[in-house]
Design a binder for this molecule. Structure first.
Ligand code: HEM
Length: 434
């Protein structure tokens, strides 16, 4: 009898870790039945997760409409078109699509965004502080974790700021299980996204800007992107660029608000300490719970008695791999010290032996599809966290204005993070508890 998993279950969405830990006791990958009637292999072991992501016997190309109706509705056509992006391809298509975008994400290009990110963050911090003074509480997701990455990626791509609220609604919907939303909402979102990007491409063809999207449209020489690929690329960069970073900022904030000792250590530690907080938040609360789906092109022996048959649907669960006790000491504990710089780590059971940095987490994936935006995401977190929580921040001292065990989480196996994060200003002189 197969284990059944309902990704839309709110309790599972809030805390999927006990389920994954239990699944891991049966082996590093296990076959489960999903509530929508399909069957899949979930990979929960750290070593096996990295092996699968680097192994060409696992294909990223979705099965050719197997069992699905022909794309005969506008929503199905829109979805099919936007899904033609690099995450859904294997080499050599993948190599070509990825090469076209890597120039925009070189360390030099990304680091050059720092002053702009600092300015956007300072403006948002001032807005949140003003809101707190006025209303008494604020939602850090709505007022901070969402707008910052969407402003940043919007700027990289050249998406007008006025459109960001619509884009947020649509991408939220297409990234959620359809049965967790009102009927028709997901279809409507696919159609709207397709229409939006079609219009944006037409606009940038007429009036190019100094942005990545204009460059992709106008540099389309030999080996460049056709119109369908452009649409899909725009969708991927937008979706991958902010849904994930929004959840990193929200989850890292929640972890700091509920771990006052770690917050105090970050304040004492300087820039390296905030980077370690971001790294540990990526491991502990992986913003992409699972990667995109893979399919075995032949039978694959993963070791430890697990043999995946050919043509199996496989999901690498990054959130589970990042809590594998074989790879991380005390995996459920939030301990930024395990990623602190050499010399600042102790042999205290938080990161292995004294002086040893913990294994790299798998939150940005591994292998040929390793996250293109990892440096940008890290930069945003390293700028944002001290501006929100650091000594001398213009933000008042914050505390949670809700029971953390009751916060609603995003449903589904793809993106994970709190949907709301109500905070209030802690009155001066009162001590925070966690
Ligand atoms: C905390 C934030 C982020 C996390 C946790 C994250 C995570 C990931 C992961 C796990 C993958 C691989 C998925 C797979 O193998 O199926 C990936 C791919 C990707 N990410 Fe990110 N990402 C983040 C931010 C960003 C940002 C800011 C961008 C910038 C636009 C970005 C762009 C991409 C792209 C384009 C890919 C596809 C790469 C390929 O197929 O070769 N990501 N990301």
């Amino acid at each position: 009898m197969l284990d059944t998993l309902d990704p839309a279950d709110p309790d599972f969405a809030r805390d999927p870790y006990p389920y994954y830990a239990r699944l891991r006791t049966t082996g590093p990958a296990a076959r489960v039945a999903l509530a929508n009637g399909t069957e899949a292999w979930l990979v929960t072991g750290y070593r096996q997760a990295r092996e699968v992501l680097a192994d060409p016997r696992f294909s990223n190309v979705p099965p050719r409409a197997a069992g699905r109706p022909k794309p005969d509705s506008p929503a199905q056509r829109a979805r099919g078109c936007l899904a033609r992006h690099m995450l859904n391809t294997d080499a050599p298509d993948h190599t070509r699509l990825r090469r076209l975008t890597t120039a925009a994400f070189t360390p030099r290009r990304v680091d050059a965004l720092r002053p702009r990110i600092e300015r956007l963050t300072a403006e948002l911090v001032a807005d949140v502080a003003a809101g707190l003074a006025r209303e008494g509480t604020a939602d850090l997701v709505d007022a901070f974790a969402f707008p910052l990455p969407v402003l940043v990626i919007g700027e990289v791509l050249g998406v007008p700021a006025a459109d960001r609220a619509d884009l947020r609604t649509w991408t939220y919907r297409v990234g959620s299980p359809a049965d967790a939303l009102p009927a028709g909402a997901v279809d409507e979102a696919w159609t709207s996204l397709h229409a939006y990007f079609t219009a944006l491409i037409a606009h940038k063809r007429r009036i190019p800007g100094d942005d990545l999207f204009s460059a992709l449209i106008h540099d389309a020489g030999e080996g460049g992107l056709d119109d369908g690929e452009l649409l899909a690329m725009a969708f991927l960069l937008l979706f991958a660029g902010y849904e994930t970073t929004m959840n990193l900022l929200a989850s890292a904030s929640l972890l700091l608000l509920t771990h006052p000792r770690e917050l105090a250590a970050a304040r004492r530690g300087g820039p390296g300490a905030w980077a370690a907080v971001a790294e540990e938040a990526l491991r502990h609360a992986s913003p992409l719970e699972g990667t995109t789906w893979r399919r075995t092109t032949e039978e694959v022996d993963l070791g430890e008695g697990v043999v995946l048959p050919a043509d199996a649907s496989v999901l690498v669960v990054l959130a589970a791999a990042n809590r594998d006790p074989q790879a991380f000491a005390e995996p459920d504990a939030f301990r930024p010290a395990r990623y602190a710089a050499a010399g600042e780590r102790g042999g205290d059971g938080t990161g292995g032996k004294a002086g040893e940095r913990a294994a790299p987490h798998a939150a940005f994936g591994h292998g040929p599809h390793f996250c293109l935006g990892s440096r940008l995401a890290r930069l945003e977190a390293e700028v944002a966290l001290p501006m929100l929580f650091g000594e001398g921040s213009r933000m008042p001292e914050l505390s949670l204005a809700a029971d953390p065990a009751l916060l609603p989480y995003r449903p589904g196996l793809l993106v994970r993070g709190p949907r709301r994060l109500p905070v209030r200003a802690t009155p001066p002189g009162s001590t925070r508890t966690g």
